[in-house]
Design a protein around this ligand. Structure first.
Ligand code: AMP
Ligand code: ZN
Length: 486
């Protein structure tokens, strides 16, 4: 009887909230078992902050759920916006060429992404490497009568695309067709003809890909890369933070559909904001322009690790705002410890036979976990299932009901949870890596040896203390100095 119930549950597909229809819908791929997904990447004018990474982690959980809970193959493109108003402005301020200025933030993004357990994506293009695709799309839009030029710039005429506003649900009476907007980011109230290609300005980077000298607007970049790199339309999923619904994603639809006359994306997934409390203004969106950002370096400087932040993100459903605080981080760390302490207990179980009762509990939890994920990626509920199981199994250990005979099955269940959550594997990766790069430790040991040889004991002691504060302990012996993690 109970088996039938379980089987029925397993046939349900993932339910995913689609911004386009404002409903949860059953998700299956358009063709075969491969999911083609485009997620908007970082605008690389600064290091990504933990608000940006809330979105990237949520979309990573979506990717993992598709792969490991549903068994699909995922082909994901996540771009770098390396040319737009902000990257140009900041590189000019820094007095560096655009490519060099943006590269440092791409490098940092890759490092932070790894530190937060993001799976590598199949394609991570820089916009500036795909200018010909953008030009091609603009030319197709010209042929289909969607554009006009003014002062060397090319605009999308929104009146030529009657469906304009379908994603953001714009009230058409407010749309000022014929009026133009040149900036990449603007508000809903300013829905206008938007720029596809901006005329060259002195001192700005520019291209001439069969269009007048200039550079792409932000929105055309993603439409063109999605169509070029994901092969054919419609793609299965397009995602990003909630602030991208308008104008970015609305404009992406107008461009891709206006150029190809095909529907662009079947599912639109948007992640709510990470918020932070401000003494005067209450809870605010974390954003570079408001100056209220923390990045991963700040997280580490506060004594936390990437896995703690990832766990914190998972504790709130991705469509709800999440208020960041250091006390919430401390609670997240405590929860991870509860989990790793439990798994350490499982490693040290006394010998004994397998127990059918434990087996049943594991299966029940695995089903409940999968169901939570299938309900629009309810990671908060999935964590609840996992911790209920920890509690039940801890009690079973206390009374001797859980022994070595079930250890492998318990570990497997938690590993399966973690393929979607990505916290335990990340913690293991962190534990395996010293908190200070090995080359730096070796350099500091040599500097300390030199300081001692020069009888500068204060300096030698400072180096030892500095490493100690960063989690590395030095041990001196007759054969030299060795280091170990604290
Ligand atoms: P940007 O670099 O501004 O293009 O943003 C990169 C990604 O981060 C986009 O998907 C944004 O929607 C997202 N994002 C920006 N701020 C936040 C925030 N406070 N919380 C969640 N996601 C955000
Ligand atoms: Zn985009």
């Amino acid at each position: 009887m109970s088996l039938t119930t379980n089987d029925e549950r397993l046939t349900t597909n993932l339910q995913l909230f689609n911004t386009l229809t404002r409903r949860e819908e059953e998700f299956t791929p358009h063709d075969g078992r491969t999911i083609r997904m485009y997620t908007c990447g970082l605008t690389v004018y600064a290091r990504g902050h933990i608000g940006n990474f809330r979105t990237f982690v949520a979309l990573d959980v979506l990717r993992r759920a598709l792969e490991y809970a549903e068994g699909y193959t995922v082909q994901q493109v996540r771009n770098y916006t390396d040319v737009d108003d902000r990257t140009i402005l900041e590189s000019a301020k820094a007095g560096k060429p655009l490519r060099e200025h943006t590269q440092q933030y791409i490098d940092l993004f890759e490092r932070d992404a790894r530190a937060l357990g993001l799976e590598p994506v199949e394609s991570a293009p820089r916009a500036t490497d795909h200018i010909p695709a953008m030009a091609g799309m603009i030319q197709a839009l010209e042929r289909n009568g969607h554009t006009y030029s003014s002062d060397g710039s090319i605009y999308f005429r929104i009146a030529t695309f009657p469906e304009y506003g379908k994603l953001a649900r714009l009230d058409h009476s407010g749309i000022k067709s014929g009026a133009r907007v040149d900036s990449d980011r603007y508000e809903k109230e300013d829905a206008r003809d938007f720029v596809l290609w901006k005329a060259m300005k002195p001192g700005e980077p520019h291209w001439e890909p069969g269009l007048p000298a200039g550079r792409p607007g932000w929105h055309i970049e993603c439409s063109a890369m999605a169509v070029e790199l994901l092969d054919h339309l419609p793609i299965d999923i397009h995602g990003g933070g909630i602030d991208l619904i308008f104008p970015h994603h609305e404009n992406e639809i107008a461009q891709a559909e206006g150029a190809t006359k095909q529907p662009f994306a079947r599912f639109w997934v948007h992640v709510e904001h990470l918020m932070i409390d401000d003494e005067d203004k209450g809870s605010e969106k974390m954003s570079k322009s408001l100056g209220n950002v923390y990045n991963l370096e700040d997280v580490v400087a506060s004594g936390f690790r990437g896995s703690t932040l990832r766990f914190l993100y998972l504790g709130t459903h991705y469509r709800k705002q999440l208020r960041f605080s250091w006390s919430a981080m401390a609670q997240a760390e405590e929860a991870i410890r509860r989990l790793t302490d439990f798994l350490a207990r499982v490693d040290a179980l006394p010998p004994g036979p397998a127990n059918a009762g434990i087996h049943g509990k594991l299966e029940e939890a695995a089903n409940a976990f999968r169901n939570a994920i299938r309900m629009d990626l309810n990671t908060a509920a999935a964590l609840g299932v996992m911790f209920d199981l920890v509690r039940a199994l801890n009690s079973a250990i206390d009374v001797g009901d859980l022994t070595q005979g079930d250890a492998a099955a318990v570990r497997r269940t938690f590993e399966d949870f973690d393929r979607v959550l990505g916290v335990l594997a990340l913690r293991r990766q962190e534990d395996a890596e010293p908190p200070v790069p090995i080359e730096e430790i070796e350099r500091l040991i040599a500097a300390r040896r030199a300081a001692r040889a020069a009888r500068n004991f204060a300096e030698a002691d400072r180096i030892r203390k500095d490493l100690d504060a960063r989690g590395i302990v030095l041990e001196d012996s007759a054969t030299g100095t060795r280091w170990k993690r604290k």
